[in-house]
Design a protein around this ligand. Structure first.
Ligand SMILES: [Zn+2]
Length: 214
């Protein structure tokens, strides 16, 4: 089983601003981020020492530590505890909200993941699927890879007969800058096993995700 670093005490929560905790947050070098953020502020012509900005580098550092805390985690720990069930119909967890960071602009993309699988004897708790999404989203990401990584993980770890992952998200790098198209969203999907090979299974799962009753 993969080794997963546990976050050391004193790295969570704003109350702990003690110096020794600076290089903590599961391997994230907070002090280094702070220096970089000061640099950015200076580079855009701001005064990093004015009152309103004084705490900003530290705040941004903690935010990045949180947004990227999936980098040092192995999402597979969430699939280790499974139940043996003879259920072989679709299990779908719909509308798992997430916030990830686009690796091209370091701007958030926010949306919903829908994850379905057809078990092959192994069933995991629904919250574990949400955990997997959370870990994989908390990395510098592109939506396509995120979709694929979630699907592959479930195929590998559960040996599921089929896995379908559909992700829809709004990318701030598209809505607030560049072409500035607010309201646009991006949809990606990854189909494995029977959802890939069997058209009616695929239609069924898409119907479950997007069909009536939504
Ligand atoms: Zn982007």
């Amino acid at each position: 089983m993969p080794k997963v670093p546990t976050s050391s005490a004193g790295t969570n929560g704003d109350a702990v601003d003690a110096r020794p905790a600076k290089v903590a947050a599961a391997g994230v070098d907070l002090a280094r981020i702070e220096r970089a953020v000061r640099e950015i502020l200076a580079a855009v012509g701001e005064d990093p020492d004015r009152e309103g900005l004084r705490e900003t580098p530290a705040r941004v550092a903690r935010m990045y530590a949180e947004m990227f805390n999936g980098l040092k985690q192995d999402a597979r720990i969430h699939t280790q505890k499974f139940f043996t069930e003879n259920y072989d119909e679709v299990v779908l967890v719909r509308d798992i909200s997430f916030c990830s960071m686009c690796e091209h602009h370091l701007l958030p993309f926010i949306g919903m993941a829908h994850v379905a699988y057809i078990p092959n004897g192994k069933v995991i708790g629904l919250s574990k699927i949400a955990r997997v999404v959370e870990v994989i989203s908390h990395r510098p990401q592109v939506q396509e890879r995120m979709t694929e990584d979630i699907a592959n993980l479930l195929v590998d770890e559960l040996g599921a007969k089929g896995v379908a992952v559909v992700i829809e998200a709004s990318h701030s790098c598209m809505t607030i800058r560049g072409v500035k198209k607010p309201g646009s969203s991006m949809v990606t999907s990854s189909m494995k096993g029977v959802f890939r090979s069997n058209l009616s299974s695929r239609a069924e799962v898409m119907q479950l995700i997007y069909g009536k009753g939504r």
